[in-house]
Write a protein that binds this ligand. Structure first.
Ligand code: AMP
Ligand code: MG
Length: 307
């Protein structure tokens, strides 16, 4: 009788468990209507809510962290035909959708050494003098690193469109430019994980209210956020178009229902784990030294290895 190992149990649990969250939340191709996506939904989650999600996170955290370390190790040693791969997480969503919360609660489970975070703000005068992808390209993650974009080049077809910051003939050409850019990027060993945090207008009202009532959250508040609510439907339309037009095979969008913070954190952790697992990462094996010989040297049973 052979005993089941932890790995077997894990495997059978995974087989029985829900389908990949990446697949469940992946945006289908074709025209989309964001109002058809329920921001309160919890696709793929089995359990009774927040406490079960938090319990699940205690298992998912170490898995994510382990995968991240493998990615880092690969980049560190250049032990891959492409010289080390990277992953780029793109977070988009309305104000208060939870971009910062995702960084804190999901990326916070990993080693800061392997992460590179950047928040894209209103472009500076300097940035405006360049092509809209100029500032994006400068922040791409190097080999071994998980890059996190808190807002991204998608602002250039969303806020820019809503507020007519450039004429329509300019922003409308950007979808193709973005697709070409992402195709090149993903071909050069960067895996892209694009996530749209989908919240309801009512949930945003609650979160802005909470910010205003809590002095420790005032720093996050911007009076403009309330003005922007008047453009809610414009934003939803601009997002719907951007998601649909830039939903390629190599860089697909995921729509994560984000009214429940616990679901958002759980789902994005799952997606990152699934994406990293698909990269089939392995621990680098040394080429220039042997662990056995080194151990022998360490214990003094061997002569020094000639340099
Ligand atoms: P926050 O993420 O709350 O710090 O706000 C950053 C602000 O910068 C948001 O209002 C964005 O819409 C804005 N922003 C980011 N990228 C661009 C862009 N390319 N053009 C105009 N506004 C932008
Ligand atoms: Mg803000």
């Amino acid at each position: 009788v052979t005993k089941a190992t932890t790995a077997d149990v894990d495997k059978s649990w995974r087989a029985k468990a829900t389908p990949r969250i990446s697949d469940l939340l992946r945006l289908p191709s074709g025209p989309i209507d964001l109002t058809a996506f329920d921001p309160q939904a919890i696709p793929g989650f089995i359990g009774s809510g927040k406490s079960d999600a938090l319990a699940a996170m205690t298992h998912l955290g170490p898995r994510l962290s382990n995968l991240q370390e493998q990615l880092y190790a690969e980049g560190h040693t250049g032990d891959h035909p492409d010289g080390g791969r990277s992953l780029l997480l793109v977070l988009q969503g309305m104000d208060t959708a939870g971009k910062g919360g995702t960084v804190k609660h999901v990326l916070g489970l990993t080693n800061p050494m392997g992460m590179q975070y950047h928040a894209f703000k209103k472009p500076t005068i300097d940035e405006l003098e360049h092509h809209f992808l100029w500032r994006i390209k400068r922040r791409l993650p190097p080999p071994g690193i998980i890059g996190v974009f808190d807002r991204s080049h998608y602002e250039d077809v969303v806020v820019v469109r809503v507020h007519e910051l450039v004429p329509p003939e300019r922003w409308s050409r950007r979808y193709d430019t973005i697709n070409r850019f992402e195709k090149k990027l993903t071909a050069s060993s960067t895996r892209m994980v694009k996530i749209f945090l989908h919240i309801s207008k009512e949930e945003q009202r609650k979160r802005l209210t909470a910010r205003l009532k809590d002095p420790t959250k005032w720093w996050k508040y911007d009076p403009q956020d309330v003005d922007e609510r008047a453009y809610w439907n414009h934003y939803q339309q601009a997002y719907a178009d951007a998601l649909q037009k830039c939903n390629s095979e190599v860089a697909p969008w995921h729509v994560v229902p984000a009214d429940h913070k616990w679901y958002r954190n759980w789902a994005i952790t799952r997606i990152l784990i699934e994406q990293l697992e698909e990269m089939a990462l392995t621990w680098p094996v040394p080429e220039s030294w042997s662990p056995e010989e080194e151990l022998a040297r360490l214990t003094g049973h061997a002569r020094p290895v000639p340099r």
